[in-house]
Ligand binder design. Structure first.
Ligand SMILES: [Zn+2]
Length: 284
């Protein structure tokens, strides 16, 4: 009877082990939304602050470098949390990012990384395995930074500069704010190539609507980061714009660029909703 107990215990422990492996390693791979294949929507905001709308992902600086992340202005010392569970692969300092952390995430066979830069302090080390929301450091103003903020970056396929995705698309389904998200691909109708710097603007007839409540703020398309090829949004997901800051409602949206005929679209978006809009523009 004693022997039976040991066999039973072994069976139970091996079942528990399989269950643990399933929950730990397999479950995240099947969490992608079926209507939007490939994009992991399971990420949460790394900090309790608003995105700087003046300097969105893909925005070209005067020196030609594109912004490959999003910025959250926040007082030095604000908690920074892991956007998704994963393994810390870097916790270091360099002159550009200041104190920074990079976490590798299990989504899509470990092909996602998040980067947190300009930190005041780091509270994790390489090899640590934070869960989503665990505090990994405090925001700050270290490195090439013009004021206290968190620079948040998502890398896909390669953990290298420019191999990035717009973080806003990953955050689209996990936002707590009463806003909606839109993303899509704006391309040249004659050859299908992505177009850079198309201005996307929601047309609000009511002039009493405050600028902070306009449906779009400074939204534009992007294609390349200087010194790097096309961003992963374009090459891997046929996407070159995204915002998670849409006011809910129905309105006209204008896609405009000096070299192309403008295109008007009509959209309806609910709070927390996500829509995809691909647009082809015709050269003038
Ligand atoms: Zn930044």
């Amino acid at each position: 009877m004693k022997g039976m107990n040991i066999i039973m215990k072994k069976k139970i422990s091996s079942i528990l082990l399989l269950l643990f492996i399933f929950i730990t390693f397999i479950t995240p791979h099947v969490m992608a939304n079926s209507s939007l294949p490939g994009i992991a929507f399971t990420y949460s905001s790394p900090i309790n602050a608003n995105i700087n709308q003046q300097y969105l992902y893909g925005k070209k600086r005067s020196d030609g470098w594109a912004h490959v992340g999003i910025d959250y202005p926040a007082p030095t010392g604000t908690n920074v949390g892991a956007a998704q569970r994963g393994v810390v692969v870097a916790a270091a300092y360099n002159s550009a990012y200041g104190n920074y952390i990079i976490i590798n995430h299990p989504d899509d066979n470990w092909r996602y990384w998040t980067l947190y830069a300009h930190l005041n302090s780091i509270s994790v080390k390489v090899g640590d395995e934070p869960n989503k929301g665990d505090v990994i450091g405090k925001s700050g103003n270290t490195g090439n930074s013009s004021g206290p903020h968190l620079h948040f970056e998502v890398r896909y396929r390669e953990n290298t500069y420019g191999s990035t995705l717009n973080p806003e698309v990953l955050l689209a389904r996990s936002r707590q704010s009463p806003r909606g998200a839109i993303y899509g691909f704006v391309s040249n109708r004659s050859n299908g190539s992505a177009i850079e710097n198309v201005i996307i603007d929601g047309l609000v007839k009511d002039s009493s609507v405050a600028p902070s409540n306009r449906p779009f703020i400074n939204l534009h398309t992007y294609v390349k980061a200087k010194g790097y090829g096309q961003m992963r949004d374009v090459t891997d997901f046929s996407m070159n714009y995204c915002t998670g800051q849409l006011t809910s409602g129905s309105y006209w949206v204008e896609y405009s660029h000096p070299s192309y005929y403008s295109f008007l679209d009509y959209i309806s978006i609910a709070s927390g909703g996500v829509i995809k809009r691909d647009v082809e523009l015709r050269l003038k």
